[in-house]
Design a protein around this ligand. Structure first.
Ligand SMILES: C[S@@+](CC[C@H](N)C(=O)[O-])C[C@H]1O[C@@H](n2cnc3c(N)ncnc32)[C@H](O)[C@@H]1O
Length: 227
């Protein structure tokens, strides 16, 4: 126990925001490289219909799917007539997303990009959705992401984020001072995972004009932040 504790403290002292960020990206690229064909099913999430409802109510047409993975949410929104741009750092995830969109004859623009280096102009999107993505960043990285989200939204734009109830395994990890877990076991090596409290989310989105927070499916938190 003593040894493990010392090891954890040592790793925590040596961490840098950049290195854990980069290792998380490598984890996701490797994970997606193992997926060879698109799994063309929507996940069974009770809150799913709320996302297009929120965008429609707000009059949002052009939507960014932030960290879109293999594109199920982009496909879901494009089927309902939204103009969707999906972005993910993993080239293989985007390849799978493009294959799926092509199969359904849906026009969706997909970009391979690190969220930290996005080059979309300010006020480019009426809506931004981020499903199960902020959980893979440290608190300070999440802070820069929310600032970027705010800049990319049009003046009446709306952000919808779903934050999963995560944490505590499976697998081995050490914990950064801000509570983010950094996985060290073979299967998840490099992956960052953190659970955001309601207070942290309130602070993260404090620069938006209004913020609603709902508890949805299995204690996930949905944030609806209007610019
Ligand atoms: C848990 S998955 C969620 C994917 C999708 N939003 C969903 O709901 O299924 C997290 C996604 O974030 C992507 N990702 C991780 N770091 C990223 C970064 N720095 N820039 C862009 N995408 C990133 C991963 O490749 C992965 O597809």
């Amino acid at each position: 126990m003593e040894n493990t504790r010392q090891e954890t403290d040592k790793e925590t002292q040596n961490y840098s925001e950049k290195s854990v960020y980069d290792q998380n990206i490598i984890f996701w690229e490797n994970a997606w490289n193992m997926v060879k064909s698109p799994y063309t099913q929507l996940p069974n999430l009770g809150y799913l219909p709320r996302i297009p409802e929120i965008f429609s109510t707000q009059g949002a047409r052009k939507i960014l799917d932030f960290g879109c993975g293999s594109g199920w949410l982009s496909v879901y929104l494009a089927r309902q007539g939204f103009e969707v741009i999906g972005v993910d750092v993993a080239a293989q995830a985007i390849k799978l997303a493009e294959t799926w969109a092509l199969q359904e004859d849906l026009k969706i623009a997909f970009d391979v990009s690190d969220i930290a280096s996005l080059t979309y102009a300010d006020a480019s999107f009426d809506g931004i959705v981020a499903n199960s993505i902020f959980e893979h960043f440290t608190l300070s990285q999440a802070e820069s992401m929310t600032r970027k989200v705010h800049d990319m939204l049009t003046p009446d734009g709306v952000f919808v984020g779903c934050f999963d109830k995560v944490g505590g395994g499976p697998g081995e990890y050490y914990t950064l001072p801000d509570g983010t877990h950094v996985y060290t076991d073979k299967a998840r090596k490099g992956m960052l995972l953190r659970r955001f409290s309601k207070n942290e989310l309130t602070e993260l989105f404090a620069h938006f004009a209004t913020v609603e927070m709902l508890t949805v499916d299995n204690e996930s938190l949905m944030v609806i932040a209007r610019k």
